[in-house]
Design a protein around this ligand. Structure first.
Ligand code: ADP
Ligand code: ADP
Length: 231
């Protein structure tokens, strides 16, 4: 699903280049569940932006679903993004004037899908995150956990193969964080590939594989160690 080969990313400030990713090679197969960890500044967001086709690397190769996306122009990248990837953010990023249902259905408006089908699909994914009963509420009437569930439903509504989540529990208390992680577990069980960034070990432990970045390179990459009392 994801093939990264010697990915490099530099930012240029005047004459100076600052290299943030220094040759990252990584393969993630379909239906893997990966947590990306690492200290602040290690390049996690930069790598997620590349994985999400929001940005292109300055060196190396990125093949997503068999397509080389490393040198695509912005329009082609946007197309790949809309078809293949669902995003979840720390800040939920919901539109405040729209109901939960309307927020979830929004990606389908851009895809030119009829209103009836949009409603059906949006209700279906809201049901997947157990939020059907809040579908007509606006973001300011929802708790943090409910808001994040709406955001997850929105990420799922296009049926993307890959879900990318950047610190999805960063604004949530412990109990709510675990509820959200259980939903990511469900999504993974249904066949999605999930990659999430977190700096909390407890959150990363819900995944199956932990990749650690440090100073722009992969420091370690191993299966998640389950505590002996875990199911
Ligand atoms: P992390 O997500 O692991 O905290 P980031 O990928 O956000 O790391 O950032 C890595 C480094 O890249 C940081 O030092 C940050 O200041 C720098 N950086 C990120 N984006 C830009 C940019 N657009 N221009 C210049 N430097 C940037
Ligand atoms: P799956 O990955 O199969 O969807 P989860 O990751 O949601 O399952 O984990 C199943 C249960 O095990 C959850 O209740 C989760 O909190 C718990 N769990 C997972 N990893 C650990 C761990 N390292 N320590 C303690 N509990 C864990």
């Amino acid at each position: 699903m994801i093939h990264l080969e010697e990915i490099r990313k530099s930012y240029f400030m005047g004459k100076n280049a600052l290299e943030i990713l220094k040759g990252v090679s990584l393969d993630i197969h379909k239906n893997e569940y990966v947590a990306l960890m690492g200290p602040s500044g290690s390049g996690k967001s930069t790598l997620m932006n590349i994985l999400g086709c929001l940005d292109t690397p300055t060196g190396g190769k990125y093949v997503l679903n068999g397509q080389d996306v490393s040198k695509m122009d912005d329009n082609s990248l946007a197309e790949v993004r809309n078809k293949t990837i669902g995003f979840v953010f720390q800040q939920f990023n919901l539109l405040p004037r729209l109901t939960a249902l309307e927020n979830v259905a929004l990606p389908l408006v851009y895809a030119g899908i009829s209103k009836k089908i949009r409603q059906e699909k949006a209700l279906h994914v809201l049901d997947m995150v157990n939020l059907t009963q809040r579908s007509h509420h606006k973001p300011n009437e929802l708790s943090g956990g409910q808001s994040q569930r709406v955001a997850i439903a929105r990420a799922l509504v296009n049926d993307p193969a890959l879900i990318l989540a950047d610190e999805p529990t960063g604004n949530l208390d412990t109990k709510t964080s675990y509820e959200i992680m259980s939903i990511f577990g469900d999504i993974h069980s249904r066949g999605n590939t999930v990659v999430l960034v977190t700096h909390e070990e407890d959150i990363a432990n819900h995944s199956k594989r932990i990749v650690r970045l440090r100073d722009g390179i992969i420091e370690s990459d191993r299966p998640t160690e389950r505590m002996s009392n875990a199911v």
